[in-house]
Write a protein that binds this ligand. Structure first.
Ligand code: HH2
Length: 270
């Protein structure tokens, strides 16, 4: 992936899952997922994040074999026809390995390589880029009672520690990205604190990925946005806040609109 200082990259989300919070079930079918991925590329996505297991609050875990069966055919099909960088959204080493073998170049891990002890060494062996995301607790229960003394300090401290662990296991420093994990074990106040102080995460000097698209905290600010697809305005506001703070990439469902918003934002700044 290109480096910060360059324009903010847009990572388009392709969920090959029956139960993702905003688009669950729409792209489980291989042909539908491939068509969606192609559409996101046409809309200007700089890279695609492909996931075969939902991590929404309360989601049911999926076996590695099932996850591989969902994502690998899609990654292979995309790799055969496009040079777009592909990220695999998984916490499982077996899925990451299969996805990288099929052509993914980024391992996006919501557990920051903490799901199993062999994960950091595997990331080093695969030689791929790695997104280390912060989450308090586990998807099944993470929104029950999130608690922090200092959410921004704790998230920055955790991610700095996970980056150190990855480097110690042999992952090249320049292949590491950090992500505050908006909505992963966080209240509205926690999410807003992180979004308002993203500069502190950027200051750790790793590229930062921000994923706020369509998330529930947007509904808390606009009760009319009960349906995740009605959260485009809020998602764009969060993406632009990230751009202003210096994030390197945003992970979004609405690629065309985000590309346009970032283009206008960049032109104004220039
Ligand atoms: N958010 C989701 C999933 N993966 N990865 C990173 N790095 N950052 C995020 O904020 C992030 C992520 C949740 O969104 P989505 O994939 O749309 O939903 P689900 O987990 O229900 O499939």
């Amino acid at each position: 992936m290109p480096r910060p200082g360059a324009p903010v990259l847009v990572m388009g989300v392709v969920n090959v899952t029956p139960d993702s919070f905003s688009d669950g079930g729409r792209f489980v079918d291989h042909a539908a997922a491939l068509a969606h991925a192609r559409a996101l590329i046409a809309q200007g996505a700089d890279l695609l994040d492909i996931g075969g297991e939902s991590t929404r609050p309360g989601a049911t875990p999926v076996a590695a074999a099932e996850e591989i069966a969902r994502v690998v055919p899609l990654i292979a099909a995309l790799r055969a026809e496009s040079a777009v960088p592909i990220s695999i959204d998984t916490m499982k080493p077996a899925v990451a390995r299969a996805a990288v073998d099929a052509g993914a170049g980024v391992w996006n891990d919501v557990t920051a390589l903490g799901f199993s002890p062999e994960a950091p060494a595997l990331a080093a062996e695969l030689g791929c880029e790695v997104v280390l995301m912060h989450m308090q607790g586990e998807p099944a229960t993470m929104q029950a009672a999130p608690h922090y003394e200092d959410v921004v300090g704790e998230v920055c401290g955790f991610l700095a520690g996970r980056a150190e662990a990855a480097i110690a296991a042999g992952v090249a420093r320049e292949r590491i990205w950090l992500d505050p994990g908006i909505g992963f074990g966080k209240t509205l106040a926690h999410n807003l604190a992180l979004l308002s102080q993203l500069e502190r995460l950027v200051a750790l000097d790793f590229p930062v990925l921000l994923g706020a698209s369509r998330k529930s905290f947007l509904r808390a600010l606009d009760p009319a946005a009960a349906d995740p697809v009605c959260r485009l305005g809020g998602s764009l506001a969060a993406a632009l806040a990230g751009a202003g703070a210096g994030v390197a990439a945003v992970r979004v469902h609405d690629v065309a609109e985000t590309v346009q918003a970032l283009r206008v934002w960049a032109a104004i700044r220039a």
